[in-house]
Design a protein around this ligand. Structure first.
Ligand code: FAD
Length: 398
């Protein structure tokens, strides 16, 4: 690389959300000179119930990545040991327990703000990393030996550009990479709630006729993150309810699994789409990871976990490569990650469709199937292991 080392990097990561920040930190730890470009400072937004509205489920595979990066010990995640899934029109329920697979927990709930901030703090002190905050690239130009990136009036060159700038990725758009977008016909209504009974370290998910309602363990026993997928019409009506009426409806619709809802944070909604980029490696020197590469329905809490799988695979593939943007280096990685994304999008669309059927015969079949899965320990174990990111499917496509 030529003129002015300060301007030149082995890798430039655009987007400092949890995925981009973890990738940048892992690369810096491996001795790469890295730039992280983020358009705004990570913020910790704590509402009246003391919790970030965006709380994410982390799998054991994600925990292992964060521990390897030295980030885990600084976080205060809430472990959950069980998950109960049931439906409005049935009598069957599945209960997944960590003890079914000989573990202490199935995963953890972690607030978004502190996670991104922990990675940023480490990057700010890192001798191999440069943080460029409050800026977004105004041009991105892949060349034969490097990618030129214009940021804040300066032109930087990096051997590899990693786009981790989220679902509305501007880098993806600038490079003309199309994304196949599937509207799920649902929006997510999110909030934080306080209830009269505890969550019991359980993630609760009830499939209602127009979408799943999840109450996920918060930092104390009586607090939970609400993620309620539903039709836009239902969400508009529920946003209009006053707090008391909304709480009463939520208590009823959740069958008071955590007791009565007695307090809540503000309610937000956003559209639920699923998307997969046409290519995760549109140029030998450009990679898309995290939500910039694929967006999944929230019902399985997998989005960030797949993003962290990208990071683990990226760090493995980059290991020992003289040129991190060498032709062909990322071909297999990108193919596997896209196949994994497509499989998950299909699986979640099928699950959504499966619970949408109202015909009595299909309901009977669904309840019978759910009961069979619940009673068949080996199949249940396999489902749990895959959901934890520790199964053969996750391994093959990482
Ligand atoms: C309410 C909610 C609940 C969720 N629950 C879960 C869950 O339980 N489990 C789970 O796995 N996933 C969950 N998800 C999905 C999860 O939040 C995302 O999959 C995850 O945040 C993706 O991380 P990311 O770093 O790829 O993108 P983001 O978190 O979106 O970060 C992208 C970053 O890029 C920056 N950026 C954007 N454009 C530019 C630009 N042009 N230049 C520079 N920087 C830019 C943004 O400021 C941001 O910091 C949830 C999402 C929401 C909204």
């Amino acid at each position: 690389m030529a003129e002015g080392f300060r301007e030149d990097f082995e890798v430039a990561v655009v987007g400092g959300g949890p995925v981009g920040a973890a990738a940048a930190l892992g690369l810096a730890e491996a001795g790469r000179r890295v730039a992280l470009v983020e358009r705004r400072q990570p913020q910790i937004e704590v509402g009246p119930l003391g919790m970030d509205l965006r709380t994410l489920a982390l799998s054991p595979a994600s925990q292992a990545l964060l521990a390897g990066l030295g980030l885990w010990d600084g976080l205060k995640p809430t472990p959950y040991r069980a998950m109960r899934v049931w439906e409005e029109r049935g009598t069957a329920a599945i209960r997944f327990q960590a003890s079914d697979v000989g573990r202490a927990e199935l995963g953890w709930m972690q607030e978004y703000g502190p996670l991104a901030q922990a990675a940023w703090q480490r990057l700010a002190e890192h001798s191999h990393a440069e943080l460029i905050v409050g800026q977004a690239p105004s041009a991105v130009e892949p060349q034969r030996d490097a990618v030129a990136i214009d940021v804040g009036g300066r032109r930087m060159r990096a051997r590899l550009l990693v786009a981790a700038d989220g679902a509305q990725s501007r880098v993806r758009e600038r490079l003309g990479v199309k994304a196949q977008v599937q509207d799920t016909g649902q929006v997510a209504l999110v909030s934080v709630v306080r209830t009269t009974a505890g969550h019991g370290s359980t993630a609760w998910q009830r499939f209602l006729h127009d979408g799943p309602l999840a109450l996920l363990p918060g930092h104390d026993e009586s607090t939970a993150a609400l993620v309620w997928s539903q039709s836009p019409t239902a969400a508009a009506r529920r946003l209009d309810l006053d707090d008391g009426a909304f709480s009463a409806e939520l208590t009823r619709q959740s069958e008071a699994c955590m007791g009565e809802v007695c307090a809540l944070d503000r309610r937000l909604t956003f559209p639920l789409v699923q998307s997969v980029a046409a290519s995760f490696n549109p140029h030998p020197r450009v990679l898309l990871i995290g939500d910039a590469a694929r967006v999944l329905h929230l019902m399985a809490g997998l989005g960030l976990n797949l993003g962290f799988e990208d990071v683990s695979g990226l760090l493995r593939t980059a290991q020992g490569a003289l040129d991190p943007g060498a032709p062909g280096l990322w071909r297999t990685f990108a193919r596997r990650r896209k196949a994994r994304a497509q499989a998950m999008v299909r699986m979640l669309a099928t699950l959504q469709g499966f619970y949408a059927f109202k015909q009595p015969a299909i309901q009977w079949l669904r309840n019978t199937g759910v009961r069979l899965v619940n009673d068949f320990a080996p199949l249940k174990r396999q489902i749990i292991i895959e959901a934890m990111g520790l199964g053969p499917l996750a391994g093959r496509l990482s």
